[in-house]
Design a protein around this ligand. Structure first.
Ligand code: AGV
Ligand code: CA
Length: 313
């Protein structure tokens, strides 16, 4: 079994990532941390607990709430989706919530779980890196016990997805939320595989994919995925700032099925000040990062189906 700790920020693809991690037969989830970045904390935390209850095959797992705050908050319209997700009937059929809330805040829960685990932990993160940066500041020795960080965030192609004043459009949102945290993690010894916007652009949410999930909705987990993605805009005629991609799910699937993606090694660093703050960029003086460059589109979506169907029993 691989020990995996998952830290996410409560958007649709974060919660679908949690559902998929719970289906991976060789993955032992040691903990889950939730940060109210691209969500509000309370519904994101509740939805996470309900997903564990409903789709977790009885796994005993608690969920830690983060008290991290970003430098640049996400748009409220996006954060509100967590309330709708948490209210979906499929997560509320039982009328009770069992998966406990961890006693410590997410960054300290991460430290505790990594230290309490025999052997290495793999980190999967699908939101800002703040909790990991704070964990490293609280106990730098965890770096030696983390064999790899799989992170959705950043981009190297100059085209960001933040449309806000006083920035230059080159940065990705998870990096922009807390640029200093990215720098702290980059300055650590933890090996990093990164899914940035250059690869997630190859997996937009489309009407055809929605239709595919609709036709498979007899499988409860695929029904949940279809309902979740119904809350966010698909790529129809042209890309807008609100167009949804399968950002986090690509990171999560790539962490389990490396053959789904092509990668290359880049030497990189991150800007923490100025209009490009949050921008990851290539530089010979930087640290190595394994960057996902290409996705096998059909294999990727097939893995989502295959994993979700495992939640049937
Ligand atoms: O930048 C991508 C990250 C991913 O972790 N998030 C959404 C994913 O969970 C922020 C984001 C960028 N554009 C968005 C986002 C949009 N149009 N709607 C919601 N969130
Ligand atoms: Ca996310």
């Amino acid at each position: 079994m691989r020990n995996v700790y998952f830290n996410h920020d409560g958007s649709v693809d974060d919660l679908v990532s949690l559902l998929l991690l719970l289906q991976m037969k060789d993955v032992h989830l040691t903990g889950v941390g939730v940060v109210g970045a691209d969500s509000y904390l309370e519904p994101a935390l509740a939805a996470s607990r309900k997903i564990i209850d409903r789709f977790g095959h009885g796994e005993q797992l608690d969920v830690a709430a983060s008290d991290s705050r970003g430098v640049h908050p996400f748009p409220k319209e996006w954060r509100l989706d967590a309330f709708s997700l948490d209210a979906l009937p499929i997560l509320n059929e039982a009328g009770t919530v069992h998966a406990p809330v961890a006693t410590q805040p997410a960054h300290l829960d991460l430290v505790a779980k990594v230290q309490a685990t025999d052997g290495p932990t793999t980190l999967v993160m699908t939101g800002p890196l703040t909790d990991l940066a704070r964990a490293l500041e609280s106990d730098p020795s965890i770096a030696k016990k983390i064999d790899r960080l799989y992170w959705m965030g950043g981009t190297f192609d100059g085209r960001g997805n933040v449309a806000e004043p006083e920035q230059d459009g080159t940065t990705e949102w998870n990096a922009y939320w807390d640029p200093e945290a990215v720098k702290t993690v980059w300055d650590s010894q933890i090996p990093i595989q990164m899914v940035g916007l250059e690869s997630t652009r190859q997996v937009p949410l489309t009407p055809a994919i929605r239709q595919h999930w609709a036709q498979l909705r007899q499988h409860p987990a695929i029904d949940f995925i279809g309902q979740g993605y119904a809350l966010v805009p698909a790529l129809q005629h042209f890309e807008t700032n609100s167009t949804y991609f399968l950002w986090d799910v690509l990171n999560t699937v790539a962490s389990e099925f490396p053959d789904t993606v092509t990668t290359k090694q880049v030497m990189s660093d991150v800007l923490t000040t100025g209009p490009g703050r949050g921008r990851t960029f290539e530089t010979p003086d930087g640290r190595p990062v394994t960057l996902v460059t290409q996705v096998d589109h059909d294999a990727f979506f097939q893995h989502i189906d295959d994993l979700a169907i495992l939640a049937d029993d």
